[in-house]
Design a protein around this ligand. Sequence first.
Ligand code: NIG
Ligand code: FE
Length: 412
Amino acid sequence: MNILIKNIKELLQVREPGTDKIAGKEMATLPKLESAWLLIEGNNITDFGTMDSCPEVNAASTIDATGKTVLPAWCDSHTHIVYAGNREQEFVDRINGLTYEEIAARGGGILNSAKKLNETSEEDLYLQSCQRLEEVMRLGSGAVEIKSGYGLTVEGELKMLRVIKRLKEEYPVAIKATFLGAHAFPKEFKENHKGYVDIIINEMLPVIAKEQLANYIDAFCETGYFSVEETEQIIEAGKKYGLQAKIHVNQFTAIGGIEACVKHGALSVDHLEIVTDEDIEVLKNSNTIPVALPSCSFFISIPYTPARKMLDNGLPLALATDFNPGTTPSGNMNLVVATACIKMKMTPEEAINAATLNGAYAMGISKTHGSITKGKRANVIITKPLTSYYQLPYAFGSNLIDSVIIEGEIIK
Ligand code: NIG
Ligand code: FE
């Protein structure tokens, strides 16, 4: 279907082909057109310009966007949308004084979700995940990375990845699947880490690769979870099957994981609530993009990624939700952008760059997603009338989205 959007007050993130990510000072600039039009043909953006050059086209649908802002749909490069049930009790336990680490140490946390997941049928897991995916699409996400990691058994991990594959087939949103068998050590491997790492490498990975169930590989590199050495082993094993790494690292402690990820060519390092000066040095001149997850910091009350320091040192930064049952039961990228501005002192321009083009880079799709560029996928958010796009983070908590178009399909 062809769609012509006319009278757009502000068309944001307009870029020529070829910019794959934005770093440092450049993130302060968000290129835009005022009083603009945008033409969508089939799945793609085919043209755009200012209203003085608006073409006479025979579009199946013409949208009048007077007073409204149009921007690329969010690219959420880090989620765990496929999970079973929830962890509301742990939420209340934290209110009553327990920490995330204390809850995990007594068998809650990731192991709690793994137990639920292994007791849930693939069909039920799929239906629960559909609801979450549909919700985030309505909230403006047009591309979503989804991880496994709540199975922690061969069957459980495969079940999750098959659900992700089915979501890819059923929904227009771009989905990348990440294998996160190395999310936590199952109880029976608490004293036998090598035994579980062997299962990941020798039993899970070969089947996942054969069935083409994953695009990336991940590990939770953290004190009490996977050591730097174990993480390196997993990254290298993934490479043998063509899976590049996207790693959970520096959420609670800095143990040298970032340096290892950069050395092994990871696409992204995610979380980074704790970042040392050495980590920043290592990330400079690398192609590894840091990814911050501010709604995780908000929900479990841990530090925010020091975005200002990272950007001032010339690094790129992407923003993602981390949607998961334990640390971030929310897939709302609008809230992530607002929180980045409010708590991390990112400007609206920096936050929108981080949540669109840099998010696309962090999931390997910036050639096709993340900006208003001729030939890229027609994934856009049309807002309600706004005084300016500053209102998006300013009016945090309000839903300012009028409609979302994903792959040329009007979602709402
Ligand atoms: O990204 N930190 C590791 N993994 C998830 C949370 C896992 C959970 O508590 O269920 C995260 O925050
Ligand atoms: Fe995560």
